[in-house]
Design a protein around this ligand. Structure first.
Ligand code: GLV
Length: 443
């Protein structure tokens, strides 16, 4: 009855007390910054991106090959993984840093090489490498990059840079690229092996957006609805494969030579001699191939189906991890990519034995959504999600993520596996990171 008896002045006074809960948001005046601040996930950034760039540009980035089965399956597989947390682990802070090919990085994820990056936003690779540097994240420049090896290096300061090579039919082109990358201070070399021929990207074909990309008239009409993108595109230097020289009209000629379908594993030996740093093969899709590359003496492999952009119905890279890590993990650094869009996805792959995860679309959505600030937003979101996931799992360091933290669809083994303490006890010896993860096998 107390409530009924209260005077209206007392009720107003109570209501006014609520004002303490009404904290107004600090207004963000710039519409671009406001859009980015409201994006809470990479999926949100993807939606912003779709409104900032012409449809053909968005679809080039977002799309995959044929029926896009590879990409869909990979996303579904990641979503089906179940985390198994350990509670009351006594952790306050977590450390996401790791060492990859001898270089310390703040995050266990690496920005993947992407072609035509300046088409997504005119600031292209420059925006990406600056953001990577600020976040202590390694960045990989693509042979099909639209900013040169030297320009990207000039923006990277001393942040870790990797270079990705599409092996050209012309050996001198390969040797020249490697010499320049080495001279500019790139660390690891990634040789992509899943492109003996370009995949059939139906969205691109339907936009009249060929391979190599030609921006059809429709893209420019659509561009009228995307004035920011169009103004930048028309007022900045035309797209070219900046490290390969030549102009926009040479893109097609370069593409014809870029992928040498006659290449065999024996040719890797020749390339290996041209590069004295870490040598990594990107695009491995089976345990048998992982073993062959290990026997060929590479330093690392990346399990990848090229984000579903090459062979459709290809194996789901993250699903290959446990077996591949069992087979070659003690000899090689093992990375994985394709379909990774969140910190939780990344944590799951690390738990399944990956030493690092590569991200392509995840940062490109940010780039399309808002240039360098958009890449910053993507990296902020991903690192915050990774930290939160690790805390919720009760794991203090990336090396402490083990297969016991993830239940794979169709297996119950992880749920039964005993937990390792997440912190070493005084005097306890822990094998190093990836090795620690490998000791806990799923099967
Ligand atoms: C280039 O590597 C692409 O997938 O478009």
């Amino acid at each position: 009855m107390d409530r009924i008896d209260r005077s209206w002045t007392a009720r107003i006074a109570d209501a006014l007390e609520l004002r303490h809960f009404l904290v107004p948001r600090t207004p963000i005046l710039s519409p671009a910054r406001r859009r980015l601040a409201r994006a809470l996930t990479v999926a949100d950034l993807r939606k912003v991106a779709a409104r900032q760039v012409p449809r053909a540009v968005f679809d080039y980035t977002d799309g995959a090959a044929d029926e896009e089965i590879s990409l869909r399956r990979t996303r579904e597989y990641l979503r089906e993984l179940t985390f198994v947390p350990s509670s009351l682990s006594g952790l306050e802070a977590v450390d996401t840093s790791t060492t990859l090919f001898g270089a310390k990085v703040a995050q266990p994820f690496v920005l993947a090489p992407t072609g035509f990056t300046r088409m997504m936003h005119a600031d292209g690779e420059t925006a990406v490498v600056r953001s990577a540097r600020r976040h202590g994240v390694a960045y990989t420049l693509s042979t099909m990059g639209t900013t040169s090896i030297e320009q990207v290096a000039a923006e990277s300061a001393d942040a870790p840079l990797w270079f990705q090579l599409y092996v050209s039919r012309d050996r001198e082109t390969n040797a020249d690229l490697l010499r320049r990358a080495r001279a500019a201070g790139y660390g690891a070399l990634l040789v992509t092996v899943d492109v003996p021929v370009g995949g059939q990207r139906l969205r691109d074909a339907r936009h009249g957006f060929g391979y190599p990309p030609r921006l059809a008239a429709g893209t420019f009409l659509d561009g009228l609805r995307r004035p920011g993108w169009t103004a930048r595109f028309l007022t900045t230097p035309p797209l070219s494969f900046a490290s390969l020289g030549g102009s926009t009209k040479d893109l097609g000629a370069h593409m014809a030579h870029l992928f040498d379908p006659t290449m065999t594993i024996a040719d890797l030996q020749w390339l290996r001699q041209e590069w004295d740093g870490p040598f990594v093969v990107k695009g491995v899709q089976s345990v048998a191939d992982a073993v062959r590359y290990a026997e060929a003496g590479v330093d690392g492999i990346i399990l990848s189906n090229h984000g579903g952009r090459q062979l459709d119905r290809s194996p789901t890279p993250v699903a290959l991890l446990p077996e591949v890590v069992d087979a070659v993990g003690s000899r090689l650094t093992v990375g994985v990519d394709s379909g990774f869009l969140s910190g939780a996805d990344i944590a799951a792959a690390l738990a399944l034995g990956a030493d690092f995860v590569m991200l392509g679309r995840a940062y490109l959505y940010g780039l399309m959504a808002g240039g360098e600030l958009g890449v910053d937003r993507a990296l902020e979101i991903l690192s915050a999600e990774l930290v939160r996931t690790m805390k919720l799992l009760g794991v203090g360091a990336v090396d402490d993520l083990t297969p016991a933290h993830v239940r794979v669809p169709g297996t119950e083994a992880a749920a039964r596996a005993p937990f390792r303490a997440t912190r070493p006890r005084p005097g306890e010896h822990r094998p190093g990171g990836a090795q620690a993860r490998r000791t806990a096998s799923l099967r």
